[in-house]
Ligand binder design. Structure first.
Ligand code: TMP
Length: 202
């Protein structure tokens, strides 16, 4: 079972993915929680290149760096764990590239989808939890966690386009992508919804 968490900045992915991991472990599942970018040793270097506000990257360079990170992650971490029978939870995956690089950056859809297919080796999540938050609330929340990274520093319009693309993806694939609103601060209620959706899928 391969579950991904997706969403705009400050949507609560990190909190909820950790809580879901503990919950599933409590039910006796073996769980691997991982992330993109940065889920491998090489990926950690790629992550710091991508998130450092001082990196000046062309959009195409950017999408290839995410693809390089994913290629390493899928072959060295995700696929081996799935083969061992673990539930794999990834904090971001292919839908981030669609939302940020197509929606946010405006790269062509066919190019990004092709790059995603190659870098993911065709591995599609069984379930994607899209935590949806308005950019106004999300950016404020993210700002409380630490200094803004290269994406968090983008204009509000960029974040609006990312969110709109995410919602479009969910509308086109309602079987896989489940939308959960996280504007309210009620973490327990959101987690309860997440668990319900995951239980149904399991
Ligand atoms: P996060 O892991 O702290 O959420 O930060 C990762 C940032 O990278 C976030 O702003 C979204 C962005 N991102 C993309 O633009 N494309 C991608 O394919 C992925 C995985 C992340």
């Amino acid at each position: 079972m391969f579950i991904t968490f997706e969403g705009p900045e400050g949507c609560g992915k990190s909190t909820h993915s950790k809580k879901l991991k503990s919950y599933l472990e409590g039910k006796g599942h073996k769980v691997l929680l991982t992330q993109e970018p940065g889920g491998t040793q090489v990926g950690k270097h790629i992550r710091s290149l991508l998130l450092n506000p001082e990196s000046v990257l062309d959009e195409t360079t950017e999408v290839y760096l995410f693809a390089a990170d994913r290629s390493e992650h899928v072959s060295k971490v995700v696929l081996p764990a799935l083969k061992e029978g673990k539930v794999v939870i990834s904090d971001r995956y292919v839908d981030s590239t669609l939302a940020y690089q197509i929606g946010g950056r405006g790269l062509p859809e066919d190019l990004v989808r092709y790059i995603n297919m190659v870098s993911s080796k065709g591995l599609i999540p069984d379930l994607t939890l899209l935590l949806d938050v308005s950019p106004e609330v999300g950016i404020k929340r993210a700002a409380q966690v630490g200094a803004a990274d290269r994406f968090e520093k983008e204009k509000i319009q960029f974040h609006q386009k990312v969110r709109a693309k995410y919602l479009e993806l969910a509308q086109n694939d309602p079987e896989r992508i489940k939308v959960i609103k996280t504007d309210s601060r009620d973490i327990d209620k959101v987690q309860e919804k997440i668990r319900g959706i995951v239980e149904t899928k399991l």
